[in-house]
Ligand binder design. Sequence first.
Ligand code: NAG
Ligand code: NAG
Ligand code: NAG
Ligand code: NAG
Ligand code: NAG
Length: 262
Amino acid sequence: MELSVIFMFSGTLLFLATSPTNAQAASPPAPILPPTPAPAPAPIPPYVNLTDLLSVAGPFHTFLNYLESTKVIDTFQNQANNTEEGITIFVPKDSAFSSLKKPSLSNLTQDQLKQVILFHALPHYYSLSDFKNLSQLSPVSTFAGAGEFALNFTDVSGTVHLDSGWSKTKVSSSVHSTDPVAIYQVDKVLLPEAIFGTDIPPTPAPTPAPEISPAADSPSSELTREGHAPGIAPPNSAYRISNLGIWIQMVLAVSGVLVLFL
Ligand SMILES: *[C@@H]1O[C@H](CO)[C@@H](O)[C@H](O)[C@H]1NC(C)=O
Ligand SMILES: *[C@@H]1O[C@H](CO)[C@@H](O)[C@H](O)[C@H]1NC(C)=O
Ligand SMILES: *[C@@H]1O[C@H](CO)[C@@H](O)[C@H](O)[C@H]1NC(C)=O
Ligand SMILES: *[C@@H]1O[C@H](CO)[C@@H](O)[C@H](O)[C@H]1NC(C)=O
Ligand SMILES: *[C@@H]1O[C@H](CO)[C@@H](O)[C@H](O)[C@H]1NC(C)=O
């Protein structure tokens, strides 16, 4: 009884005596570990707040408003935050938007507007000197896609020229250019051929109407449309012609009668 009490007491004494040494033994490795991970997070995310950058430079308020209203800002910020590819954005000044003449952005649908804004960025970081090589790779796909949504680049004695097919412009200054994020000011709003290829942007509006009917029905509906059109038109013209014929016959008959009487 007494012995076990002594053992327990001495046991707790031993534990208390050894635990500080344990703590001391544990603490030395801890300071060794932090120095290695500490420098690692620092170089990984150099967070660039695109909204912040664009609101202080420029003025780029119109472009920024479009970025936010179409939610494209999230796409771009996500690319800047989370990819090694990075992003290159071409930003027109407010004056470029106000000097837009014929093709006004106000006539575009929300989807088309989003495409136009996406068209202003490349899903890769390019320094200004990289564009010399890009001219050999043209056309370069934008965030809006390839083909009619691609941009051509040419280097004209150190100045980067852009060609969308619809708009030709150049980089007039560099707003920001540090590895994941490049922002360049351009002189004009970039209008993709895919949307502005025809003279009047809203022309594609009437075409979606026939596409509403299912694919299987569309040929028959087209047939009936074609069938009706020639079917209705000829009777009308034939009726007019026969009407005209009757009038001519009547006039001839009346004049014939008049001739007989005279
Ligand atoms: C980015 O900047 C904008 C404008 O300064 C600010 O409203 C927003 O909170 C910032 N976003 C982050 C994630 O810091
Ligand atoms: C980008 O990173 C910032 C800072 O870490 C964060 O606040 C923001 O929500 C991120 N945005 C996106 C779209 O990933
Ligand atoms: C664009 O819309 C405005 C009014 O919203 C209209 O006056 C103008 O004719 C439209 N432009 C085209 C090309 O249809
Ligand atoms: C760019 O092109 C030049 C020759 O035109 C070449 O020497 C250089 O390696 C290229 N750079 C890259 C990043 O491809
Ligand atoms: C872009 O360059 C390609 C290849 O040189 C050419 O076929 C295409 O027509 C050009 N597009 C524009 C919009 O200039």
